[in-house]
Design a protein around this ligand. Structure first.
Ligand code: TMP
Length: 308
């Protein structure tokens, strides 16, 4: 366990390096765990971000790819156009000085242009399959154990992402080799024509700054590639009855994923992929538990076993 140092930073005393895990308020965490445990698994749901949360940040010394980053649409000109957009907009996405309203407009612009290029450049479902099979992407160790544990107890998992649902689901299919009935992906979902060409996106666009606004209103079953995401009813027992939340994210903005719920108890777990003492401090203001050093999901599996 890490403890605060007199200078206000956090260090593991034994190694004098960033700790693997830090807890904001151990007493409060125990109280939340006890409340969730006593309510039982039928009240619990897990809401998880995908990129950098369920997936590893580093893979064999290389940065893991995101659902957007891995996509090769089989059309070099359009891959280059999307890369140029990334180079222009990503610095704006992470800028600390652009006011939020302005940044929201820029993010809307970025997502709209990228989605437009995917359609215009003739993306096919086959290109998605091929891109995923060639991608540098891997789930954190322990993710399968976590999903199996939650499935056995009937605990639903919402994977909530501003990326691309169809790619995330293909990653699930190719990397997990099995489907989980308890997992739903809430993300930008494509519509393909009969020849397998992308023709449109369903519903409202989810980008990094409106993951909260969209909370939980677009989920659809993971195994239903061409299914109607609007068939999912946010007023259903599914969301409303599961008033205890285990939230997993890698950005402070991910806390907004549970905004659409009036939850009773929430334990928020953050994966800090870019360590600095300042970042750890702000993550500890936001999350109950912070994992560092590209940790596995092992700690979350243990936590889940204490909750249900
Ligand atoms: P999320 O996975 O945390 O929900 O966020 C999606 C990420 O996708 C976000 O950090 C920006 C990135 N992105 C790309 O890499 N390429 C793109 O074309 C777009 C629109 C987003």
């Amino acid at each position: 366990w890490a403890t605060p140092r007199s200078g206000g930073g956090w260090m593991d005393h034994a190694t004098m390096s960033p700790p693997d895990v830090a807890v904001r308020d151990p007493e409060l965490l125990e109280k939340k765990k006890a409340a969730i445990r006593s309510a039982g698994p039928s009240k619990l749901q897990v809401i998880a971000d995908f990129d950098g949360t369920l997936t590893r940040y580093w893979i064999d010394g290389r940065r893991g790819q995101t659902s957007h980053g891995l996509l090769q649409q089989g059309n070099a000109e359009y891959d280059a156009k999307r890369q140029a957009l990334y180079e222009y907009y990503h610095p704006l996405e992470i800028s600390a000085t652009i006011p939020i309203e302005e940044k929201t407009k820029l993010m809307e612009e970025w997502w709209e242009k990228t989605h437009g290029l995917l359609i215009e450049g003739g993306l096919t479902y086959d290109a998605i399959k091929r891109s995923v099979s060639e991608a540098t992407i891997a789930f954190r160790d322990g993710v399968v154990e976590l999903f199996e544990f939650l499935e056995e107890r009937g605990v639903p998992v919402l994977v909530f992402s501003a990326g691309l649902a169809d790619i995330i689901e293909e990653v699930f299919r190719q990397k997990l080799h099995r489907s989980f009935e308890n997992i739903k992906v809430v993300s930008n979902r494509m519509v393909f024509d009969e020849q397998g060409h992308l023709v449109a996106f369903k519903g409202k666009t989810i980008h990094v700054l409106n993951k909260n606004e969209h909370s939980l209103d677009m989920a659809s079953p993971i195994h239903d590639k061409f299914g109607d995401p609007n068939g999912y009813d946010p007023e259903s027992a599914f969301v409303k009855k599961h008033t205890n939340v285990l939230l997993l994210g890698d950005h402070i903005g991910d806390l907004g994923m549970s905004d659409g719920l009036s939850y009773e108890n929430r334990i928020a777990v953050g994966f800090l992929n870019n360590y600095t003492e300042t970042a750890l401090k702000s993550y500890l203001d936001a999350f109950d538990i912070v994992y560092l050093n590209d940790a596995s999901m092992g700690g979350v599996v243990e936590l889940a076993s204490q909750l249900c």
